[in-house]
Design a protein around this ligand. Structure first.
Ligand code: C5P
Ligand code: MG
Length: 159
């Protein structure tokens, strides 16, 4: 068994979509970044890479590379899932937390879990997504940024 964790933060900015786990959330602001700034997909991607000691998201998808400008983060996540399987691991489960002051995300839990599960080619029961405010404290609480944390378990395939 292997375990990996991932974390990401992006700035909140007007005029960009808010995309979490590949799902566009109705919102009057979004997240700034070189890619689509999907913090949740980025955190899970890093957790996958971390569990297999395969570096991090920036190593595989440098934000200086014009190829990844505006990239959909689902492709990063799908690639990381493919990479760990290629290294002989099966993905056991994912647990994650999005920390965002607003909007309320709980009504989007099922579509987000379904989208992540589909991207990673695992069962939706193996994907957990939780939401927290930051109690109006600090940059997240003041609505300046949003964060995501993820943890992933891998199991070595028996051959
Ligand atoms: O941060 P707090 O503990 O007050 O969050 C309470 C609940 O509100 C969470 O467990 C979650 O279900 C929901 N929530 C949400 N969207 C957010 C933050 C929290 O749906 N952006
Ligand atoms: Mg990111």
């Amino acid at each position: 068994m292997r375990i990996g964790q991932g974390w990401d933060v992006h700035r909140i900015i007007a005029g960009r979509p808010l995309i979490l786990g590949g799902v566009t959330i109705p919102s009057d602001f979004g997240l700034d970044g070189h890619s689509d700034a999907d913090i949740l997909s980025h955190a899970i991607t890093d957790a996958l890479l971390g569990a297999a000691a395969l570096g991090d998201i920036g190593m595989h998808f440098p934000d200086t590379d014009p190829q990844w400008k505006g990239a959909g983060s689902a492709q990063f996540l799908a690639f990381a899932a493919w990479l760990v399987r290629d290294k002989g691991y099966e993905i056991v489960n994912v647990d994650s937390t999005v920390i965002l002051q607003r909007p309320k995300l709980k009504d989007f839990r099922i579509p987000i879990r379904e989208a992540i599960a589909k991207t990673m080619s695992i069962e939706v029961e193996c994907v957990s997504v939780k939401f927290k405010t930051a109690e109006r404290v600090g940059p997240v609480g003041e609505g300046k940024s949003a964060e995501a944390q993820a943890i992933v378990m891998l199991e070595k395939r028996v051959i």
